[in-house]
Design a protein around this ligand. Sequence first.
Ligand code: ADP
Length: 442
Amino acid sequence: MLFSLLITILGILVFSFASTGVYYNASVEHSKDYLRVYMNAFTEDYAADGSGAAAFSDALGGVRVTIIDLQGGVLGDSEYSEELENHSDRSEIVRAVSDGEGFAVRSSSTAGTDLIYYCKKFTERGILVRIAVPTSSEWALFAKSLPTVAWYLAVDVLACLVFTYAATYFMLNPVKKITGEAAGAGTVTTKYEELKPIAEILNERNRSIERQMKELNEEKELVIKARASKDEFISNVTHEMNTPLTSIRGYAELLNAGALGEEQQKLAYGTILTQSERLTNLIACIINYSEIDSDDLPSYEVDLSALAREVVSELKPEAVKYGVTVTEDIDDNVKITSRRERLDEILGNLIRNAVRYNKRNGSVTVRVKYDCIEVSDTGIGIAEKDKERIFDRFYTADKSHGGKNGGFGLGLAVVKKICAKSGWKISVDSKEGEGSTFRIDF
Ligand code: ADP
């Protein structure tokens, strides 16, 4: 605002100065015209001496009149009676001698006044007549206009202030409005075309911030979930380890105290051995479960038909022990791109579960097709409420049946993890008391 104010003030000053110059020049030109008219009144009646000059001056209302001979010698002057110096060097006289008339403007000794000289040659009489009238100097004219200029300046400053305030108010208000809206979470709107691109940019930025916040929140939730899952895993592992460790420690203390008879000592040694094995098994299972995540070994073509037959024959003795018949419905030449140990793990866990969670004289059917594996049993089945949870780590639905892995509840969790990693779909269909079917679709 200050800058525009300064520019206008400067503009007004320059303009007044320039117009004073124009006015001054016009007034000089005007003076020349009426000086010519004055000069026409100089007739033969006026003598070419001091008295003639004085008489002509009177006739013109008191302007200075000088009569000069063609060599510059002053013959008479209305204002000076004494002898004056030769005037041949004055520019208006030089011009009059050569061209018949001449003008000159010179500052007078009086402050703020200029004198306009007009000199005319009267050839027949052999004289030059010069008249001089005072006029305001350019500076005096400018000084005279200053009060008016000052008024204009005052009005200009006031107008400038009012205009700038109004313009700023009307221009900044919509900007303030969209800034306020942008600071909030809402959508920025404006009726001004010029501000619409800015509103769009702000809206886009707000939307992108919202997206990023959402992503951050989702990531935060994932981190919280992962932390909770890790805590739960550690607590489950600790719990599973505690039972065998308590048992081992108890029997070891009794043995150490020598408080057991021979039979009881044998039992104690046996229990310590079994529980140590269970601990070893548990650790192996946990390592196996954790390793699936970091296993990034390349896949290759595995003969699933051959592998399924191998696993079934390996588990046959255990099936016999449980009084369960295993039937194969395995298509030939089913090839799957994976890793042998992964498929072995899946088949082993599903078939072992089908044998162990079965009934006496029950049966298991292992089906292998080009696009799926299916393991069905006629066993105890799974309650509706457990169907989802049996795939969770350390979840065992039926505590009375000691599952494989010592019944840690990690088998199906391992199967689910391998399927998820390979992009396969695992599902279970079961009826309590009648049997279950686990199916993996490749
Ligand atoms: P584990 O067998 O070591 O307990 P799993 O993860 O293999 O652990 O199985 C989890 C639970 O799911 C088992 O404890 C069992 O209750 C149930 N389950 C698994 N397979 C079957 C099945 N074929 N029939 C009935 N219940 C089953």
